[in-house]
Design a protein around this ligand. Sequence first.
Ligand code: UD1
Length: 333
Amino acid sequence: MRITVTGGAGFIGSHTVTLLLEAGHEVLILDSFANAAEDVPDRVAGIAGRHAEVFRADITDPATYNSALADFRPEAVVHFAGLKAVGEAMENPLEYIRVNVGGSVALFQEMAKIGCNRLVFSSSATVYGDPVAVPIDEDHPLRPTNPYGRSKRMVEEVIEDWGRANPALSAINLRYFNPVGAHPSARIGEAPDGVPNNLMPFVAQVAQGVRERLSVFGDDYDTPDGTGVRDYIHVMDLAEAHLAALDLTGAGPGVEALNLGTGQGYSVFEMLRAFEAASDREIPFVITSRRPGDVATSLADPTRAADRMGWRATRDLEDMCRDAWAWQRGRNR
Ligand code: UD1
């Protein structure tokens, strides 16, 4: 198939492009490289043994990429491109609306012009907001608690409206829980700019000695060991889910949302210990106050993704830590 991947040089995008190329698809990456290294497409080609086409463009500026898209004639689009830092979104909500919502609408208009009706959208479990019950299934109330989450939900709503107006549209909103890990080759992985916001990349940097110690954001949550519990999912499992979702968009029109998680939760302390084991290093930590906006437990019910796509996460916490550590060590040597 001919597939355009926006944000294809980013963390989840690059892993997905690798698998698409390995599966024999023709891929056009549309990426601004605002938050991705220039050499990612070459690294991906090094793994897959084939190249994706790469077009540098910002999704908010369709005049710069409409001809490239029309020339490529994608049968489907996987849309990752967007901004994703919660704190930044709270400081600059308008920018998150402009890029995440405006950019998506611009992209969808270009898809509509060329008659491309198959879409896989990179959404987030953050659209659920504070869980009223766990595990969280797709019928859980949608009440995002910050502008980043709202921007993701707005795009889902745009897609739902587009589907009501265009009966040929086949779109899947994939709601990721906590993506971690890296490609087992250690040639691609997560490369956060500056101080990582998320637990796993921070822990990896402490293990390597780039940062002194981890701050554990609260040990007084209502969880078995008092620290926050999350549904961490290996990025390779996520990437595989995108291929399954693309297949499902070929089965017929409609718009639906699917959770991508393992259904298994781990606490901050469990993550810490698993990473110590994987890296064979001690990871110093200090308990600090809770991070505003954090919840005690977030956990997916991944049943619907299994029913609809025959997809299940197969990698465990040990795989996640081993691959994240191999990638981290290779980066700053
Ligand atoms: C965060 C985002 C969420 C986004 C997700 C992507 C917030 C409030 N939420 O989720 O919107 O979709 O990342 O993966 O930013 N922790 C520490 N010390 C740290 C970092 C994290 O103790 O230095 C703890 C947190 O309190 C939490 C767990 O580790 O219990 C996971 O945190 P994180 O990786 O930031 O993910 P989320 O908060 O689940």
